[in-house]
Ligand binder design. Structure first.
Ligand code: ADP
Ligand code: ADP
Length: 225
């Protein structure tokens, strides 16, 4: 797994306003960092800059100590995980989980890797089913399987449901925690929900209007005013 470092990173949009301003933080290898803050505070922008989906206006990004501002997304060894878990509806579980592997190496046999991933998520009995034949919870597991199958070093969890007051179910939180620990990946997880942040994060970084307010353990976060 890998470290992530942001040094005085800013994101400026056309009209000159900052979506993210002078953010410096370090995520240690294997650490689970939560980015917490209200909608519009810049969480998603930080995540997208780490993934390479958004250009960094000012400052520097280091992945595993290597300056990576200009590294293309597919060369970053990061995986973006969306909480709405969109699966390809015409693909079976096996095909969904194998898809990122096939993209990377179309000729190879990915069966063993797909099956190992399915075992880890306890969905090995669902490999030949289509998403329409799965329950909601099973679909979420398959989507997580798709995100982890190529064993990226960094997981970036986005929260596209932030305006809908949708909460991540308790059992899925536990699953995300144990999965990331088992894989030893470095994780940055975006949420507006404080209880979610506190139950998942090794540390929590609080963003407000594009500015980093504090980084602390969940316990310390709780005792701050
Ligand atoms: P969050 O993920 O915390 O909800 P975002 O990172 O999506 O916040 O957005 C941060 C701020 O940047 C918001 O004020 C948003 O309107 C603005 N923003 C995001 N994308 C763009 C863009 N492409 N052009 C201009 N402003 C943007
Ligand atoms: P996301 O959660 O992926 O950031 P958003 O709803 O915030 O989704 O944004 C959807 C798209 O619109 C993104 O490409 C984002 O960059 C862009 N966008 C968001 N806010 C603004 C804004 N204030 N002005 C222009 N583009 C924006």
């Amino acid at each position: 797994s890998r470290s992530i470092a942001l040094r005085h990173v800013s994101k400026k949009y056309d009209r000159g306003s900052y979506a993210v301003q002078d953010v410096s933080l370090m995520v240690e290898p294997g650490e689970f960092l939560v980015l917490l803050g209200p909608s519009g505070c810049g969480k998603s922008t930080v995540l997208r800059m780490i993934a390479g989906l958004e250009h960094i206006s000012e400052g520097e990004l280091f992945l595993d100590g290597v300056h990576s501002n200009e590294t293309p997304p597919h060369q970053r060894d990061t995986a973006m995980v969306f909480q709405n878990f969109a699966l390809y509806p015409s693909m079976t579980t096996r095909e969904n989980i194998g898809f990122p592997l096939k993209l990377r190496d179309p000729a190879a046999d990915h069966g063993p890797q797909v099956e190992a991933t399915a075992r880890m998520l306890a969905i090995e009995d669902l490999l030949e089913r289509l998403p329409g034949q799965l329950s909601g919870g099973e679909r979420q597991r398959v989507a997580m399987g798709r995100a982890v199958s190529r064993r990226p070093s960094v997981f970036l969890f986005d929260e596209p449901l932030s305006n809908l007051d949708a909460k991540l179910p308790e059992h899925l939180r536990a699953e995300i925690s144990s999965l990331t620990k088992e894989l030893g990946v470095t994780t940055v997880y975006v949420t507006h929900d404080q209880s979610e942040a506190m139950s998942l994060g090794d540390r929590v970084a609080v963003l407000r209007e594009g500015v980093l307010q504090q980084i602390s353990s969940p316990e310390e976060l709780y005792t701050l005013p």
